[in-house]
Design a protein around this ligand. Structure first.
Ligand code: DX5
Ligand code: ZN
Length: 220
């Protein structure tokens, strides 16, 4: 499967989002971290910014909803033009209904799991999902240290996905950089979120290329 890189604008300059999007024309997605101060102890951006960004860039938006009530809000992100909308399994009260609504509105449906949440209980939901997101840090903040302990779960998730036909993308998010991306690719991830590793670099587009090359070398 082809490697995809999704730079997280959490590490970008929020006052210049259109420019920051334009700085990574080689990105497959722009990862938009939506936080509500309830599901995670941080507050970022929401629907109005997604709507504005949609008009400011042609790069598809990969919205990661770290919010307490994704059932209520996720469909609106799909309506706002997000190409992918990911909800957290720990927060969703009706994940199947919500994932179906996201798809019905034309977006890809993602399901995210925190580092301590096991993947096995969600095997029966895979038919409802276009992407599984495994957090490799506790959600809430950029710039945290990659949790190596999640890698066995990435391998088990890749096996599960294989058993289900291999159609589902497997995304990792948190602490992904030049030093950790190879381990993630080895374990079976194919979509890589990177915040500080891209927007903390002097040349964000080169950082995207370098991450892609490192993952490609392992993704056989
Ligand atoms: C963390 C967010 C991540 C974050 C990643 O809660 O979901 O997307 O932006 O940032 P880095 O790559 O700096 O760990
Ligand atoms: Zn994220």
């Amino acid at each position: 499967m082809a490697v995809q890189i999704s730079p997280s604008i959490l590490a970008a300059d929020f006052a210049r989002l259109a420019d920051e999007a334009a700085a990574v024309p080689n990105a497959d997605w722009l990862h938009v971290d939506v936080m509500d101060y309830h599901f995670v102890p941080n507050l970022t951006i929401g629907l109005p910014v997604v709507e504005a960004l949609r008009k400011a860039t042609s790069t598809p938006l990969d919205c990661h909803l770290m919010i307490a009530d994704p059932d209520r809000w996720a469909p609106q992100y799909a309506e706002a033009g997000a190409g992918s909308v990911t909800i957290h399994a720990e927060a969703a009260k009706g994940p199947i209904r919500t994932l179906r609504e996201i798809r019905a509105l034309g977006a890809r449906a993602g399901l995210a799991l925190n580092p301590a949440t096991p993947v096995e209980p969600y095997e029966d939901l895979l038919g409802e999902v276009d992407m599984l997101l495994l957090m490799t840090v506790e959600p809430g903040f950029g710039g945290q240290k990659f949790l190596d302990g999640v890698l066995p779960k990435v391998r088990r998730a890749r096996e599960m996905i294989r058993r289900h036909g291999g159609r589902i993308w497997l995304q990792v998010d948190g602490g992904v950089d030049a030093g950790t991306i190879e381990r993630c690719a080895d374990a079976g991830a194919d979509v890589f979120v990177a915040g500080s590793a891209v927007y903390g670099a002097s040349d964000p587009a080169s950082a995207v290329d370098a991450l892609r090359a490192a993952a490609d070398a392992r993704n056989v």
